[in-house]
Design a protein around this ligand. Structure first.
Ligand SMILES: Nc1ncnc2c1ncn2[C@@H]1O[C@H](COP(=O)(O)OP(=O)(O)OP(=O)(O)O)[C@@H](O)[C@H]1O
Ligand SMILES: [Mg+2]
Length: 259
């Protein structure tokens, strides 16, 4: 973790199920680290957590599990510890370190309405942890419900992944519209067409309205093979087409400190 307060650059990744959100998030984390040398905070906000696997990190206790533990412990969770102190301690303890990245796993979401106080406290804790990092990357669950919740409220860039299917492009449009409608503080919305066969500049006509820019991302045989074997993406070669394409996107869209 970085020392002192820094201005955090936050990117969120969203899109329909299976379009490559977690793959993009893992490769973006790698590029952000390589370029900035900073330790990146990865937030796995998908209840069906698998960002850890892609990053080669065994996830720690989930924030959802910590919330449930607190609920089962009653008013005084631990001797002399307030609920807030308990949550703060447990969440910080649940952080897992990988190569150039720390991982926080959100796990199951709260039931509707019933944990307001706890969720506010958790949000503050996660905001406080995030503020210590130069870069935060949030891998969201499929769909858009999650956009309304804590993690994506304010982001510098929202990357929305899609493939060639009309349904995934429609989902991307809905996500962008929802983000606007909910007045989420997102500086740029960027569409990423995944699984392309060749490197290509996305023609202007393919930049769907309400997105600032679109990029394409090539399909990688190596990544497909590694995922089938359940391997992490840490060893994908630097000249892999998808690695190169994500690096290009990250370099264009993310702010880097000049030395
Ligand atoms: N550019 C790519 N080249 C090759 N394989 C890819 C690429 N992008 C994604 N994949 C593969 O597609 C599958 C789905 O990718 P991934 O898990 O990243 O999607 P997701 O959007 O996070 O899915 P979910 O909605 O389930 O969280 C994985 O097996 C992944 O390895
Ligand atoms: Mg995923």
């Amino acid at each position: 973790m970085q020392g002192g307060e820094v201005l955090t650059f936050t990117i969120a990744v969203a899109g329909k199920g299976g379009v490559g959100k977690s793959t993009f998030a893992a490769l973006a984390i790698r590029q952000l680290h390589e370029k900035s040398k900073a330790v990146i905070l990865a937030v796995d906000a998908d209840p069906n957590s698998n960002l850890g696997e892609k990053l080669g990190i065994e996830p720690g206790k989930t924030v959802g599990a910590i919330r449930e533990e607190l609920a089962s412990l009653g008013e005084e969770p631990s001797k002399g510890m307030s609920k807030q102190e308990f949550l703060d301690y447990q969440v910080r303890l649940s952080l897992r370190e990988g190569e150039g990245v720390d991982l926080i796993t959100m796990g199951r979401q709260e039931g509707p309405g019933c944990y307001c106080y706890v969720n506010n406290v958790l949000r503050q804790i996660i905001d406080s942890i995030s503020s210590k990092y130069d870069y935060v990357v949030i891998d969201n669950e499929a769909g858009m419900e999650h956009l309304s919740r804590r993690t994506t409220r304010s982001s510098d860039v929202l990357f929305v992944l899609c493939d060639r299917s009309k349904s995934s492009i429609d989902a991307a449009k809905r996500i962008a519209a929802l983000a606007t409608e909910m007045k989420l503080a997102i500086r740029r919305k960027v569409l990423v067409y995944n699984m392309r066969d060749a490197v290509e500049e996305v023609p202007q006509r393919d930049v769907v309205p309400s997105f600032d820019r679109a990029y394409s991302l090539r399909r990688s045989g190596a990544i497909q093979a590694m995922m089938q074997k359940g391997e992490s993406l840490t060893d994908v070669p630097a000249n892999d087409p998808a690695v190169l394409d994500v690096a290009r996107v990250v370099d264009s869209e993310c702010r880097f400190k000049t030395a």
